[in-house]
Design a protein around this ligand. Structure first.
Ligand SMILES: Cc1ncc(COP(=O)(O)O)c(C=O)c1O
Length: 417
């Protein structure tokens, strides 16, 4: 494995203490829910590569669409030039989402999609001459990305607000209005501070990177009501939850309320290419229209609307239309609930919870997540425990037998810590 040993001296891994990080597992091939390692072992993937590969790996329909796109038009700049995959994708996303979410801005990662959402929320007010509303209300436990703007609206610990004090813009981060006391605190906060706010941002139904913490749809309804009352832009960050993960195409559908902006990425291309979108309401878009260039949205990543990414996303949407993804998510949900439930009695387990195709076993603490990960690899599964949780977010195409392999491995490893 020459490339690994040589490259290891030059690669800087994500979220890793490089002094102690073990060598990553070399992968030579993927297929369906399988990750094939260089030494011949095959792991069942429990997390679909950070929640992206919703159709499993190497789906032929996406592979063919990307290959064909590569031959004809891999990429052209989006400023001043147009290509069909992007215009078609924008049209399809707008059709898939309820009114008034009609205007699609393309970027190349989830974090940047959130940055654009923040800029739209703030600039739409400035364009209308409304000054002083530059704060975004975010929530403890929330995660919206790793760029500086998004770190500032993450949970203070996740976003390292203390370490980067002075560098990050300051935004209020408070508890979600999920019970009587937190609703009072939330309402009081808005009473006092709404005039400084441009927007509220939330991950609907589940705070993913914050520990897969669930909240009921009523929270989203409360946020919608408050946003309407105070004239705030409501942003739903569905970068994790979008495309079936919670059992509905988008999590917000379960609450019966519609945001003013939605951000999507991850499963947008079925886990094949980096692409993200920020989709805004007609009213927000209208705030950028004038006779002056100064009210335009000043953003434009070099690789925005990459044609191969858009072709992959269109092919992924085809699969949602032609295959039974949402039914598969519902079936996964039932199997996760049944098969993870026995973990509740294991030592150290404090909660087991399931929402859609997300299954979580929460422990009081996990002393060494990396060691736990290796034990799971020994059981033939790829699962990445973090904080105090072991979780599954498999491909929606995973077979019942593969899913049982995953839940069985978790039970076995947690039984013998
Ligand atoms: C809800 C949410 N928003 C934003 C992001 C950031 O996306 P990216 O890693 O593509 O920048 C993530 C990534 O995990 C996420 O879960």
């Amino acid at each position: 494995m020459n490339w690994l040993q040589t490259g290891w001296r030059h690669v800087w891994l994500p979220y890793a203490q490089m002094q102690t990080a073990p060598l990553p597992l070399p992968v030579v091939r993927t297929q369906g829910s399988e990750i094939h390692l260089a030494d011949g072992r095959v792991l069942i993937d429990g997390i679909a590569s950070w929640w992206t590969a919703c159709h499993g790996y190497n789906h032929p329909h996406i592979a063919q669409a990307v290959a064909a796109q590569l031959q004809t038009l891999p990429h052209v700049m989006f400023g001043g030039l147009a290509h069909e995959p992007a215009y078609q994708l924008a049209t399809r996303l707008a059709a898939l989402l309820p009114e008034p979410l009609n205007r699609v801005f393309f970027t190349d990662s989830g974090s940047v999609a959130v940055e654009v959402a923040i800029k739209i929320a703030v600039q739409s007010r400035l364009n209308k001459g409304e000054r002083g509303r530059t704060k975004i209300l975010a929530f403890t436990g929330g995660y919206h990305g790793d760029t500086l703007g998004t770190m500032a609206i993450c949970d203070p610990e996740e976003g390292m607000h203390a370490m980067f004090a002075g560098l990050l813009p300051e935004h209020p981060v408070i508890g979600l209005p999920r019970d009587a006391a937190s609703i009072v605190a939330f309402d009081d906060f808005l009473d006092g501070h709404a005039k400084t706010l441009a927007a509220i941002i939330v991950e609907p139904l589940v705070q993913g990177a914050g520990g897969m913490v669930l909240h009921p749809p009523s929270v989203l309804r409360h946020l919608r009501k408050a946003a309407d009352h105070y004239g705030l832009t409501l942003i739903f960050d569905e970068i994790f939850t979008g495309f079936g993960r919670t059992g509905s195409m988008f999590a917000f559908e379960q609450a019966g309320v519609v945001p003013d902006i939605i951000t999507l990425s991850k499963a947008l291309t079925g886990g094949t290419l980096p692409l993200a979108v920020t989709i805004a309401s007609d009213e927000l878009f209208a705030a950028f229209l004038s006779d002056s260039a100064s009210t335009a949205l000043m953003h434009g990543p070099t690789y925005m609307a990459n044609a191969m990414g858009c072709a992959a996303a269109n092919a992924s949407l085809d699969l949602f239309e032609t295959e039974q993804r949402l039914q598969q998510a519902v079936a996964i949900s039932a199997q996760l609930a049944a098969e993870l439930e026995p973990c509740r009695t294991l030592p150290g387990v404090v909660d087991v919870r399931v929402l859609g195709a997300i299954g979580v076993v929460e422990l009081a603490t996990i002393a060494n997540p990396a060691a736990l990960r290796l034990k799971l690899v020994e059981q033939g599964v790829w699962v990445r425990p973090f904080r105090n949780i072991v979780y599954l977010t498999p491909a929606l195409t995973i077979t019942p037998a593969e899913l049982s392999h995953l839940t069985g491995a978790i039970y076995k490893v947690l039984s013998a810590p």
